[in-house]
Design a protein around this ligand. Structure first.
Ligand SMILES: Nc1ncnc2c1ncn2[C@@H]1O[C@H](COP(=O)(O)OP(=O)(O)OP(=O)(O)O)[C@@H](O)[C@H]1O
Length: 821
């Protein structure tokens, strides 16, 4: 027989629950004592590493690095586990075995298990056991701690028949934990992961895991816990090549950035779509219409043409003199050569200058021969020499020598002599650098602010209006100044980077090689643009750099050009429903060999052409290189990797009252979609106020101030999106654009001025993925009208709050739509 207890006093010494807590505390204390010893061991190992380095020989440096690095990671993980080390206990049927589950595995010095790491197979039952399928578990107990102190318990009785005499305490602490105040940063959920979530977290490490679910079902939380799980179970595989977690924007990555470190994982890379490319940062969102243009797969073709166009400022004619014969190549000829090189060197355009030089020499040689070759040279030289000799003779000097013996131009076949002579000429070197400059991806994108250049690149892939809008967005503000890059631009810059490739790497022994390198002119290698100094090579220093420094250097950013694009072993994509085809291509390049976790809710997608985005996603996930003529022809299509699909069905964020409002918006936005089941009622009804449009901003401020007194945690004031796209003088803005002008950055700042930090004013696109205790939604009518998928954007906005929802509208019909429609 078990007894269900909720804290009734049973004797003067306290309640049954108090005694249970005290018993658990004794166990937890033992675990902490052992944790302390493990930390002391890790610290000793770090000290030993440094001691070795002081005595160090070169050979021991690498060992020391590895030792200190590992010990430091261990010490850090142990420090993090210090808070709430043990959070679960399982009592098993039959043997009566008891297992404690915690943030990290803890063993006695005799290697007996004290606490099982939550990611270990033995902890799986803690998350998976249910009354229908108890998996041998009689009682599951969740321990709530503050620091080292157990403050509360909650039990689940899973197998009543086996619970002989077992005490069961609990009062719905799980639901209570869902209602806790939000602090502005997401927290880990290790103690309360639910079965359907655990299945995703522990899904197979290979292939693709695709997770769908409505807002608040824990998709983000689950994806992050999966990263911690994968790194724990497959450290060798995922730890060395890395895990990348991609979120929609920087506000979102700031919101989730503490979860992985709180799980002891600092090694995953967390990036937003706006800062995936080193050296470039997106600061604005395009309007949905412009984002649709920039994100479409057709841009890949447009950019391919743009990269192959002649560089801005490139000369139209090459002119050199060989043995008195003037040789020139005109624009047409040069265009042909440029086209040829681009076809052959896609992906390494920046490294192709040597090839260009060779093709120019071939063409000049051809030209020389067309003009009569050596015969013409003799004539021209004869005439020139005759003239000079006459001048010299008049000055009483001797005749000009023929070829200087020993000069490179004097040796070899006639063709070799020709090449050497032409290369030496300053005109040729200068032309080569201007004709084939090392190009920076961001600069190439900006050059498309020139409508004529963009029109050439556009071919038939963009119509005239599209070209005008795109060029305006890349040309920069009307009064001058640099254009701001948008989130979609970052993917385009990455695409250009992939086409251009890195500049040629300097040769390691460049000083030695430079002496007889014909491409070195005045101490500068004209193929690479680098200075060739004689004594800058320091092998000794090279040997002494640590492995960490080398890694750092391999990812060095040089003036906006990424030297090496990192590839990852696993990529997690959150809010994947919003990725454009071009963004999928950008991710695909970072994970050709990767396995993936893709998290999405199609109902929250602002993207219009979901089918095109799906195709691009499939290509990225299968590791296919984006199609590029020629190179891909011989490649077999990449096999489609195994895909495991999951759906999460319980909404842990919204109260049932708020979930009902968001379900109404969903029914309008996407009638066939199913809302998730909310599990917690707050008793707080959502509020809707109708007022004149001019008063919306003031009312939003007022509502935020009122809510400050009602909630302990965060408040989000969510306003319509303000487009960054510049309108030229002649364009007439659409009605929603006039309305949204009210919500520009300055207006948002005024709205937030003087309010405490826990109030955030943000637009609907920034609100994606976030959550607040209370949300104020201003002008749902504007949000809904701002794009073809405006209702889906509104669905995102109304599903952000955990407790309070206040909607402010100037359109009375929204009362019916949101509250009773
Ligand atoms: N098992 C759980 N125990 C406690 N809290 C949970 C659990 N699962 C999810 N939550 C909480 O529910 C909230 C919503 O989770 P999350 O943000 O991961 O949802 P989501 O599905 O990504 O939502 P959206 O689609 O809106 O981005 C978070 O506060 C999260 O901590």
């Amino acid at each position: 027989m078990s007894s269900q207890v909720t804290g009734r006093p049973t004797d003067p010494g306290g309640t049954v629950k108090d005694r249970e807590i005290a018993a658990e505390q004794r166990y937890v204390d033992i675990a902490y004592t052992r944790l302390e010893e493990m930390r002391a061991d890790a610290q000793a190992m770090i000290r030993e590493g440094y001691r070795q380095s002081l005595a160090g020989t070169k050979g021991s440096l690498v060992d020391r690095d590895a030792m200190v690095h590992q010990a430091a990671l261990r010490a850090q993980a142990l420090d993090i586990a210090d808070d709430g080390l043990v959070f679960g206990r399982l009592d098993l049927a039959g043997t009566g075995e008891v297992r404690y589950v915690g943030r990290i595995g803890v063993r006695t010095s005799e290697h007996d298990s004290l606490v099982i790491d939550w990611r270990a197979p033995a902890a799986e039952d803690f998350y998976r056991a249910t009354p229908e399928d108890p998996r041998g578990v009689v009682r599951r107990r969740v321990l709530h701690s503050r620091g080292h102190t157990v403050v509360d318990l909650e039990d689940d009785l899973l197998d009543p028949d086996a619970a002989d005499g077992m005490t069961i305490v609990g009062d719905g602490a799980f639901l209570a934990s869902l209602a806790r105040a939000r602090e502005g940063a997401m927290r880990d959920i290790v103690a309360t992961i639910q079965r359907e979530q655990d299945e995703v977290i522990r899904a197979p490490a290979d292939g693709t895991v695709l997770v769908r679910g409505a807002p608040g079902t824990g998709k983000t939380a689950v994806a992050l816990h999966r990263v911690a799980y994968l790194l724990f179970r497959h450290r060798r595989r995922f730890g060395s090549r890395g895990v990348l977690v991609v979120g929609p924007n920087r506000r979102f990555t700031a919101y989730i950035e503490r979860v992985l470190p709180s799980l002891g994982e600092g090694s995953a890379t967390l990036r937003s779509l706006g800062d995936l490319v080193d050296g470039v940062t997106a600061t604005v969102h395009d309007t949905p219409a412009l984002a649709a243009l920039k994100g479409a797969e057709a841009m890949a073709t447009v950019l391919r043409r743009a990269v192959a166009d002649h560089a801005p400022g490139a000369p139209d004619e090459l002119r050199v003199v060989f043995k008195g014969v003037v040789l020139s190549l005109d624009r047409q000829h040069l265009d042909r050569i440029r086209g040829d090189v681009h076809r052959r060197s896609r992906g390494s355009v920046n490294a192709a200058r040597r090839q260009v030089a060779q093709m120019l020499l071939d063409a000049l040689w051809q030209r020389f021969n067309d003009l009569g070759g050596p015969e013409a040279a003799r004539e021209a030289e004869g005439a020139e020499a005759g003239l000079w000799n006459a001048i010299l003779a008049a000055d009483g000097l001797g005749a000009l020598d023929d070829e200087q013996p020993g000069s490179p131009a004097g040796n070899g076949t006639p063709r070799e002599q020709f090449d050497a002579r032409v290369r030496e000429q300053r005109e040729f070197a200068g032309f080569l650098v201007a004709f084939w400059p090392i190009r920076r991806p961001a600069e190439v994108l900006r050059s498309l602010g020139d409508p004529a250049r963009l029109r050439r690149a556009a071919g038939r892939d963009l119509d005239r209006d599209d070209v005008a809008r795109l060029a305006a967005s890349w040309a920069g503000p009307a009064g001058g100044g640099e254009p701001l890059f948008s989130y979609q631009d970052v993917a385009l810059i990455d695409e250009i980077d992939a086409l251009l490739g890195s500049p040629p790497r300097p040769s390691r022994r460049r000083a030695a090689a430079s002496a007889d390198d014909p491409f070195v002119v005045d101490g500068v290698n004209i193929l690479t643009g680098e200075e060739v100094a004689e004594d800058d090579w320091e092998p000794e220093m090279q040997e002494l750099t640590t492995s960490m420094e080398r890694l750092e250097r391999s990812r060095r950013v040089d003036d906006g050009v990424v030297e090496e694009r990192p590839e990852y072993a696993h990529i997690v994509v959150d809010e994947a429903q919003d990725l454009s085809p071009m963004q999928w291509r950008m991710l695909g390049r970072r994970g050709r060999q990767a396995s993936w976790t893709v998290v999405e809710d199609p109902a929250q997608s602002a993207w219009e052409d979901l089918a095109a985005a799906r195709t691009a996603m499939d290509a990225a996930l299968s590791g296919e290189r984006p199609p590029s003529r020629g190179r891909n022809r011989r490649r077999k299509p990449a096999p489609r990797r195994t895909r495991h699909e999951y759906e999460l069905t319980t909404n842990y964020r919204n109260s049932t009252e708020i979930a009902a409002v968001s379900a109404r918006v969903l029914a309008r936005a996407l009638p066939e979609a199913r809302p998730a089941r909310a599990v917690r009622s707050s008793g707080i009804a959502p509020v809707l106020r109708v007022l004149p449009e001019a008063g919306l901003a003031a009312a939003a401020r007022e509502a935020a101030e009122e809510l400050l007194a009602q909630v302990e945690g965060t408040i989000g004031v969510i306003v319509p999106f303000h487009p960054a796209e510049a309108h030229d003088e002649g364009t007439i803005p659409l009605p929603h654009e006039i309305a949204s002008a009210r919500w520009d950055a300055a207006a948002r700042e005024t709205l937030a001025a003087g309010l405490p930090e826990r109030v955030q004013v943000l637009d609907v696109l920034e609100a994606k993925g976030l959550e607040f205790d209370a949300a104020v939604i201003a002008a749902p009518e504007t949000v809904a009208a701002q794009s073809p998928n405006g209702l889906r954007v509104l669905y995102v906005a109304v599903s952000r709050a955990t407790q309070h929802l206040v909607v402010l509208t100037s359109a009375p019909e929204w009362e019916g739509i949101l509250l009773s429609g």
